[in-house]
Design a binder for this molecule. Structure first.
Ligand code: CTP
Length: 447
């Protein structure tokens, strides 16, 4: 008996899938179909799948073509499946030509013709209107954001504006479909959403303008500089039925999400202390804008506070901040935070460097994320016995922005929130601390 195996996501099953399954079956006597697990798709950066694993398996089952259905859960599983099931032929559609040649060591590899003019991506796009996005403020972050939008179906960068015409020219080069706007007020026209990527002190007015123009907002952190502003913006967004989303990409990395779940499941006991550091010395620091709203705590504060806010559910009881500054620009800030029954400390640098680690200390052990923890793929859970270290690795694709953009879209289309999503209470707790600093409650040392 000749055994054939093929793999796919089989989202919104279409006639291209059915044709491929028939061709695959015709290559032998027994067909095994591997359907990708939700987590596996997420890890390999495929974030647009609209049906659950159970629904997708059911799609394949109903074709009646597969003799056996299995779940593909991890990279490298194909070799083990081929050996485990005694497979003679591995096959997929011609969109994968060359990609699986390495399997020819284990069995015959056949690329079958793909059906033209149909794909799950096309079906998904026609099911939901594409969200047109305006980008307000350009820099390397906007560049990566723009690229990431292409990896998420259902969103399209449509227009852009930056107050600096030179920067704007540079950004627009090679992006022929992007409309260049002449002022910040123009950005909302023809857009359903806006990515606000400007210094923190400009956010409040821009958010209000976006909401008035009927646009959903995704805004770089810190989204707000005062609790009063936050409450007003949320009220306006709610009245208009619009999403107001803080764009902290670290929060949506698969590893960060797993880390939170592991800690919540008690693996290191009760969390008692958190030590977070983040810093960056930009290339050509001398030429970097010394706008005080782009200094160490404005740039890094919300990211450094993220694990603390996520772990501790109460308000901070007291806090102390010390900042090294020159001409009001903060190069480095150290903060100590006291919670009802726990502590935390942060160190953030812009133009000063510190090891960017995260250590979460609990009563049974600690979680360690090596630098740069905010781009986390890997972490360890350690305890007294160093031989007992548990290592965790969760890949992410691209530079991670696509996970955040996907969640932004998801919160517009399906507002019931996922467990990892920043809640308003969490954002307000972080805002309280940012507001304190913003109002000058911080000891300043000369650099
Ligand atoms: N396939 C095909 N013809 C199509 C679409 C898919 O032969 N028009 C094949 C793929 O080559 C693969 C299998 O069907 O072997 C499962 O593909 P999958 O990735 O699930 O479907 P796509 O429609 O390509 O999905 P997407 O648009 O999300 O990439």
């Amino acid at each position: 008996m000749k055994k054939v195996i093929t793999y796919g996501t089989y989202d919104l099953l279409h006639h291209g899938h059915v044709a491929l399954l028939k061709r695959a079956k015709a290559l032998g006597d027994y067909l095994i179909v591997g359907v990708t697990a939700d987590g596996f798709d997420k890890e390999r950066g495929k974030l647009n799948v609209s049906q659950s694993l159970a629904e997708r398996i059911e799609n394949v089952r109903q074709t009646g073509i597969a003799d056996q259905i299995i779940v593909e859960e991890y990279e490298g599983q194909k070799i083990s499946d081929i050996e485990k099931y005694g497979v003679d032929i591995f096959t997929v559609g011609s969109d994968w030509v060359g990609k699986f040649d390495y399997l020819s060591e284990y069995c015959q590899v056949v690329y079958l013709p793909r059906t033209r003019g149909i794909s799950s991506t096309v079906l998904r796009a026609s099911a939901k209107p594409v969200l047109k996005l305006g980008i307000l403020g350009v820099d390397s972050v906007a560049e990566r954001f723009y690229t990431a939008c292409k990896a998420v179906s259902g969103i399209e960068a449509h227009a852009v504006f930056d107050a600096d015409p030179q920067r704007l020219n540079k950004f627009c080069r090679g992006k022929s479909t992007l409309e260049r706007r002449e002022s910040a007020e123009d950005i909302y026209e023809g857009c359903d959403a806006v990515f606000i990527n400007t210094p923190a002190n400009e956010h409040y007015e821009q958010i209000i303008a976006a909401i008035k123009a009927g646009c959903h907002v995704i805004c770089n952190p810190p989204i707000f500089l005062s609790v009063a502003q936050a409450e007003e913006c949320y009220r306006l967004a709610d009245e208009a039925g619009l999403e107001l989303f803080e764009g902290i990409k670290t929060l949506y990395f698969p590893a960060f999400e797993h880390m939170l779940l592991l800690i919540k499941s008690g693996l290191i006991g009760t969390v008692k202390d958190i030590d977070v550091s983040c810093s960056q010395i930009p290339e050509q620091m001398e030429q970097v804008s010394k706008n005080k709203y782009m200094g160490s705590l404005y740039d890094w504060g919300p990211i450094a506070l993220l694990p603390i806010i996520k772990m501790y559910e109460s308000q901070c009881e007291s806090s102390e901040l010390i900042s090294f500054q020159k001409e009001e620009f903060s190069y480095f800030t150290r903060g100590f935070l006291r919670y009802p029954n726990a502590t935390a400390s942060i160190r953030v640098g812009k133009g000063m460097k510190v090891e960017g680690e995260l250590v979460i200390t609990g009563t049974k052990g600690y979680l360690y994320v090596p630098a740069p923890w905010w781009l986390t793929e890997y972490f360890e859970i350690r305890s007294e016995d160093l031989r007992q270290v548990k290592k965790y690795y969760f890949n992410y694709e691209g530079d991670g922005f696509r996970y955040m953009i996907y969640n932004f879209l998801h919160s517009i289309h399906a507002p019931e929130r996922t467990s990892v999503q920043h809640t308003r209470q969490e954002i307000l707790r972080a805002t309280t601390l940012m507001e304190k600093f913003h109002k000058g409650d911080c000891k300043v040392l000369e650099l």
